[in-house]
Ligand binder design. Structure first.
Ligand code: ADP
Ligand code: MG
Length: 348
């Protein structure tokens, strides 16, 4: 992504609230026929022929992001992506977003321009209209709340509660990289504190860092499944880690699950960096989070349609609820899967 090299600083108060909104939003034009009115009135007006899917995420500085290693442009991009990922996880198509921000006076106009450049990039790549939002001040830090609006045919929407007890469990892409990317960035932050002149060599971690700083939403997988004529029975996106997402599917669908350790897709950088950190790569995939891959179940009869697809890994199968939720390890032992957020992982 292009970086803004201009270091001049304009106070938000110089533009005023309306001036700022104008300044940040004038770049947005309407792409969708369904957007009747975008930014500029009391409310946006949207017309969709299909059921509407709505989702919101709130990102808080110091809780969800750290600006010492997260460039604002990437933050804007990621804030859009995490919402779009939730719409795709419903097997729906996002078409509009609203963007609300609260910023302290620590943030000059130029910083918000960077944030909006990232938002605009994501909106363009994913074909989304930015149709509104709200802008206010905060006493400390930055907050971003994005709401995504999408649509799907009623019969195509996939919920968390539809898995049957012999369905196959499938995941897109690979897991654990975003968490390790965060560990690398945290480590470099500590090194930088001690020695501000250090020049980090991050070549061995490029994929991990990209997965943390510039995640993508799996729009392509929703299209792939439609092309393959596979309608998942249940689906969720992986924001908190494989184990907690599996538990969500199992709890909502009232089924159990056997997950096979040797089937979990891992990038070579995840394997080598886990070893470097003396961490178990399976634990990272299970608990890491922020991968924004799609986890879904399909009927056994759909196996021929998905087998061998390089974008998809069959990692297990659902079972009767009574059998519980287990990891079958490489050594063929059966370990119960428990929800562990990445906070608990960090405490290890
Ligand atoms: P109101 O006072 O009715 O809430 P605003 O002055 O806050 O209106 O907003 C004016 C217009 O600009 C509205 O269309 C609103 O949705 C849009 N808007 C405000 N803040 C943002 C923002 N941060 N990003 C995108 N659109 C925004
Ligand atoms: Mg407002």
């Amino acid at each position: 992504m292009l970086e803004n090299k201009d270091n001049s600083r304009t106070d938000i108060s110089q533009l005023g609230e309306f001036g700022l909104i104008d300044h940040l939003t004038k770049q947005f034009s309407i792409q969708h026929k369904s957007t009747i009115k975008g930014i500029g009135d009391d409310a946006a007006v949207i017309t969709l022929d299909e059921p509407i899917v709505v989702t919101t995420d709130l990102l808080v500085e110091g809780v969800h992001f750290d600006l010492s290693y997260m460039p604002l442009k990437h933050l804007g991009y990621k804030a859009v992506i995490v919402n779009l990922s939730d719409v795709y996880a419903m097997n729906a198509t996002p078409s509009q977003i609203t963007v609300s921000i609260a910023a302290s006076n620590r943030f000059p106009v130029e910083a918000l321009e960077e944030l909006y450049a990232g938002i605009a990039t994501a909106a363009k790549i994913y074909g989304i209209d930015v149709v509104g939002g709200d802008t206010t001040s905060s006493t400390s830090g930055l907050l971003i709340s994005i709401t995504a609006i999408g649509h799907a045919k009623k019969e195509d929407i996939v919920y968390r509660d539809g898995a049957g007890d012999s369905d196959l469990l499938v995941v897109s892409g690979d897991l654990g990289a975003a968490y390790l990317g965060l560990q690398i960035l945290e480590r470099e932050k500590q090194v930088f504190k001690v020695n501000p002149n250090s020049q980090p060599d991050l070549d061995a971690y490029t994929y991990l860092i990209e997965r943390q700083l510039k995640p993508e939403a799996r729009k392509d997988i929703v299209k792939l499944l439609a092309d393959l004529e596979v309608l998942p029975t249940s689906m969720i996106d992986i924001s908190d880690g494989l184990s907690s997402e599996i538990l969500h599917l199992c709890k909502n669908s009232k089924v159990g699950c056997n997950l096979y350790e040797d089937k979990i897709p891992l990038d070579p950088q995840v394997i080598s960096t886990s070893e470097e950190f003396k961490m178990d790569s399976t634990t990272i995939a299970l608990s890491g989070g922020e991968d924004y891959e799609l986890l879904f179940t399909v009927k056994q009869e759909d196996f021929p349609k998905i087998k061998g697809n390089p974008n998809l890994s069959i990692i297990g199968h659902m079972t009767h609820e009574k059998e519980g939720v287990h990891l079958i390890t490489r050594a063929n032992t059966k370990i119960p899967i428990v929800a562990r957020g990445w906070n608990s992982l960090q405490e290890e």
